[in-house]
Ligand binder design. Sequence first.
Ligand SMILES: [Zn+2]
Length: 311
Amino acid sequence: MMTSPTAGLDWVHGLDCETMHRIVDQARIDADASKIPYALDRLKEIWAIWHVEDARASPFKYRPVIDARIDAIRNQMQTVRATLDNWRSNMPDPEEEKLSSLTFKKLEFGYNLWKLKQPPDAKSSSFYELVEDIVQQLNLAEQMFAYLDKLQTDFDSLNGEHKSSVFFGSNLEQNAHLAFQGLYPYLLRYNYKTPALRRMLPQIGRLYEFLTNKKFTIAKNPDYTPGDNQEKNLKISQYSSPALRFAYTLLRECGLVSEVFDHPEPPCRGEGFRRCTDELCEPCRALEVVAKNAIGHLNSNLRKETKEAQP
Ligand SMILES: [Zn+2]
């Protein structure tokens, strides 16, 4: 789903302590109520991760494509700069030299036109100075590209979950702007469709641990037995734990379940999916099972990856 640069940010500012209390109550977790106001900021950050991750949906913005284009521009710039440098240093008589080159004549023509449009105190007063200016501007542009190189290196050295909105700090507006203006898609190495949840879940885990002082653990559901029939599979999640309830409820309260799990909103038989806690509402509970299974699978994958990454 593509969204405009700041669309949704109003909504994230609308998240309040009441939302946080509702999540805690409905997930039935044992939270320290005095931490709720601080938890709210973290909730907003988690939501921002979704916002940023979702923004990179455009297949035209990912890093290899942009890199290739930037490299082409850089090469052109370097050629121009080398030529101008050469002219600059091998010009005993710049007036004569410039006439010998058709390109140079064009440049001069452009320069004269440009000069007509400049205020009287414009910097360049001779053609030679214009060449100096152009070289200087090209140098500045090269510095900017070198900065992008450094950003990429910094970004690549981060571990998974930090390659997200976290990279841009906690300022939501700045975050969204940077992400949507193309920097984030540019930094991403691949356009693979990593579920946003992969970036969000570790943060959700930390929020849970912050609120409860307990470890974020998701266990197999003892009531679920593999090989159960299809109908039962829709009703019983393969995982269970207060931490899982918390993760699921948080996503539901933020209105993200159907988007994160790419699943249509179920035809709720009551107040609508986001407010439905009716145990007998089958469509809502079926999506809940889908979501909880996905969260549980992802969590155990993330744990395995972390273990493997440790020496
Ligand atoms: Zn329902």
